[in-house]
Design a protein around this ligand. Structure first.
Ligand SMILES: NC(=O)c1ccc[n+]([C@@H]2O[C@H](COP(=O)([O-])OP(=O)(O)OC[C@H]3O[C@@H](n4cnc5c(N)ncnc54)[C@H](O)[C@@H]3O)[C@@H](O)[C@H]2O)c1
Length: 333
């Protein structure tokens, strides 16, 4: 029996997840769809053979649905994740787990109360082959200790957003991947605000964030939503005996008309397709086997939200802010 997933929210990300779950993940089918925009729900349901629900809470409780994927707007995540926990259903929730720390605390508390892990957060970079190589290089010990992590996160263009979204929506990926790569917590953050791009309206874009880890590694992150040329994510590990660079991994280099060029992905769906596919396959396999999820946990989602929240305070105050997470419950150790 394939794992029958219900997808809530089928905009850009949810439609892509539904496509991958239908076409690229084995042992999986999209059995149900809900979106507040019924046309979107119908379009995705038609492509995947799913049934359209008109109430997301009914979808979550339906006995024919084994697991739920949430890719609706950030502020709606909490109510759906809590409903999945109440129904005892595995749930993959897109990042951020919640936009606010209090919401993430409520989810962690509900999962701890339940006593078993059902929540996965969609920090898919953990499944990207390039980041996996970086982690393996650090773990091997050949390079000595990590000293710096230098990150770039650029989008081609963005609709106007509040400046805080560069942190809560974009840099939150670097927060999670830095915690995962370094295997330790980030403890403080400073935000630097250079001249704003004239293409970015009132948004502070670009922005430079500098995080410090518990052991003293510095992680700098440039976020630039209106970089103009494409979606460009890079990460360079600087260690005691060498460096490892994760560059924009185009498979081919073009030589023509006197120039040498590599294509840059248009957006995150192109750049991270393989990471999304691996994330979904791993999630479906764990659900099928009745095993705890192996991706980012609700605790990881909470820790990322705590750090993003500190980043927004650093942006607002112009001063370095500490992030102080609560004690990690035994369920997540
Ligand atoms: N992991 C990643 O790389 C990545 C990339 C992009 C977006 N995201 C996350 O995925 C989520 C969706 O982002 P997106 O870019 O697809 O946005 P989007 O605006 O394209 O899609 C959001 C969808 O949610 C629907 N929606 C809104 N409120 C809803 C509700 N109460 N119930 C059901 N559906 C509702 C909207 O109608 C829309 O179809 C966000 O949480 C975002 O942060 C993650």
């Amino acid at each position: 029996m394939p794992v029958r997933t219900g997808v809530i929210g089928v905009g850009l990300m949810g439609a892509e997840h539904a496509r991958l779950l239908t076409d690229a993940v084995s042992g999986s089918e999209v059995a149900a769809v809900f979106d507040v925009d019924p046309e979107r729900a119908e379009a995705v349901a038609a492509a995947s053979g799913a049934r359209v629900f008109d109430d997301p809470m009914v979808l979550i409780k339906d006995d024919s649905i084994d697991a739920v994927l949430i890719a609706s707007a950030d502020k709606t995540h909490e109510q759906f994740v809590l409903a999945c926990l109440a129904a005892g259903k595995p749930v993959l929730c897109e990042k951020p787990l919640t936009p606010d720390v209090a919401g993430s605390i409520r989810i962690v508390a509900a999962e701890v109360e339940l006593g078993r892990r059902l929540v996965t957060v969609g920090f898919m970079r953990r499944y990207d082959p390039g980041y996996a190589d970086l982690k393996a290089a650090l773990r091997s010990g050949d390079l000595g200790q990590a000293l710096l992590l230098r990150c770039v996160h650029r989008n081609a263009a963005s609709v106007p957003v509040p400046s805080a979204v560069l942190i809560s929506g974009s840099a939150v990926h670097e927060i999670d991947i830095a915690r995962w790569l370094l295997d330790e917590e980030l403890v403080s953050v400073t935000v630097h605000c250079p001249r704003r791009s004239s293409n970015s309206g009132d948004t502070q874009d670009p922005m430079l964030l500098v995080f410090a880890s518990a052991s003293g590694v510095l992680v700098d992150v440039e976020v630039f939503l209106n970089a103009g040329y494409g979606y460009d994510v890079r990460c360079e590990l600087v260690a005691e005996s060498g460096t490892v660079l994760l560059d924009s991994p185009a498979p081919t280099v073009r030589r023509a008309a006197g120039s040498l060029a590599r294509a840059v992905p248009g957006d995150w769906r192109q750049r991270f397709t393989e990471a999304y596919r691996r994330e979904l396959q791993d999630w479906v396999d764990a659900v099928a086997a009745g095993e705890p999820p192996r991706g980012a946990s609700a605790w990881d989602g909470y820790a990322a939200t705590v750090m993003a929240d500190a980043g927004i305070r650093a942006l607002d105050t112009g001063r370095t802010q500490d992030a102080v997470p609560r004690d990690q419950p035994a369920l997540y150790r």
